[in-house]
Design a protein around this ligand. Structure first.
Ligand code: HEC
Length: 147
């Protein structure tokens, strides 16, 4: 009887810890996708202004560029071990070459900082090259690391 209780308890504990693990992975995937959605939310209107679809507003563009720079520091920690499996478009290549993947975020941080700086000029001709670099950084990483 005692053994059975212990076995049951052990099983429950084990199931509990496995559940926690699954939740961690699920939470991490949701977290990073959520941050990328926030990145898109900030980036979208900037692209609209760059293309001339939305009227250029210098202060609003700068605010968005600064927020984008803040957000660029956030997704990386969501790529925890084991989170290559699940409801995700992240490719296994990330965990095979974490250094290169991580360098992509360094680049995003640098390029969004440069964009925030350029945006203070209030001059689209000055902003455009910095904006294009950020767009290239998104695409470069997606090409290599996103399904
Ligand atoms: C260093 C790599 C890297 C960089 C840089 C990067 N992304 Fe991503 N992005 C990813 C990966 C990997 C995923 C897949 C995440 C997942 O499904 O778990 C993703 C997913 C997304 C998604 C989909 C999120 C969802 O709801 O599933 C959007 C939108 C996105 N990125 C936008 C951007 C934009 C805009 C930029 C540039 C400003 C950018 N990303 C820069 C790697 C990157």
């Amino acid at each position: 009887m005692k053994k059975l209780v212990i076995a049951t308890l052990g099983g429950a504990l084990l199931a509990g810890s496995l559940n926690v693990y699954a939740d961690d992975v699920e939470d991490a995937i949701e977290y990073r996708q959520g941050v990328f959605q926030a990145i898109k939310w900030y980036f979208g209107p900037m692209a609209g202004m760059a293309k001339g679809d939305i009227e250029y507003d210098a202060a609003e563009f700068t605010r968005r560029a600064e927020m984008l720079n803040q957000l660029s520091y956030m997704p990386e920690e969501g790529f925890i071990a084991g989170s290559d499996k699940g409801d995700t478009d992240a490719l296994p290549a990330i965990w095979e070459d974490m250094d290169q993947f991580s360098a992509g975020f360094d680049k995003l941080q640098e390029n969004t900082a440069a964009l925030a700086e350029a945006s203070k000029s209030g001059d689209m001709a000055t902003i455009m090259p910095a904006f294009a670099e950020v767009g290239k950084t998104c695409k470069g990483c997606h090409d290599n690391f996103r399904d």
